[in-house]
Design a protein around this ligand. Sequence first.
Ligand SMILES: [Zn+2]
Length: 384
Amino acid sequence: MNKQQEIDILSHLISIKSVNDHEAAVADYIESLFKPYEDQGVKIERVSYAPDRDNLIVTIGEGERMLGFSGHEDVVAPGDLSQWNSDPFKATIKDNMLYGRGASDMKSGLAALIAAMLDMLENHHVPGKIRLLCTVGEETGEYGAAQLTKLGYADNLAGLVIAEPGNDMHEIGYTSKGIIDYIVTSKGKGAHSSQPQKGINAIDHLIDFAVQVKPLMAKFDKVNPVLGPLTHVQSVFNGGEQINSVPAKAVMKGNIRTIPEYPNQVVFDTLNGLVDQLNQKPGYDLTIEYSFPEDAMPGDKDAPLIKLIEHVHDELFDGPIEPKGQAGASDGSEFLHAKGDFAIALIGPGNNTQHQSNECVDLDVYHQSIKFYQQLAEEFFAQP
Ligand SMILES: [Zn+2]
């Protein structure tokens, strides 16, 4: 595959407006690229999450051990279009940088994995069994990865490489924080404020929760050497209807970033426990819900896969590679629940323009990353 063909794949992916939806068109396109190789034993599977939202799984090669590659098909919204110097859904090249929504996060990474695999097929040299997992909904809750994990598509992998961007291939993510978004709703009873005894003040009860949850979360005081401490932010507080009414309803939201030292279940138990305890009091009616929680990804920077990535990186790129912990969750947080114990690494082309206007990727880095994934597969299967 030549460089223009590599750019064409990335440009085509960017032209598909898979903004938190419509990943089926991305799956269609990737499927069309692999279809011509079906006589080489390429297996293409689709798993629909919702109408117009399809995960895609492409498996090539043969062997006992299976290496996983993964990328998400969705992108975030382009935001204020006036802040863009070009159409976010038309790849535009200037000074060897390619601009467009997803240029960093992570259509370049996905395109590089695809190009690497197509190259192997084109040259009739696939070094082992490789499975590409293309997911929906990473940006809004990793539910595509959750679905594929549940169905067993990531079971017993020998290693998984997710092509999320990291400082132009100079960062490797191997551990990340988990996320718990919680929503507490307090129900009371409305009444005129001149007769408060006739009502039940939902805000008062919610404030009790808001005040008491803080010291409970602060008790999780271990500090992970790479990721730092568990953090807790009470981020939204709404309640009441008007100034002369006893509020009948109040809602608060909080965001917790967990660390491997505290599995999410321990935090859930603590939050649920506080809600149960407050509900013992007369008139209290609190409920708590969680939205797409993710466990922390423990990771081991000395795992053979991480060491191999560092080695291949040194062969192909100038400058050092930095093992990193990440404060945000990725599809890795879901895939780690698959059967078997395998290392997960995040490394891909792209930079810190992700989720911003004028998102871009350095084309030299993009082309080199394709060689990197090929070389990585080659050396991965050469190892015993
Ligand atoms: Zn991403």
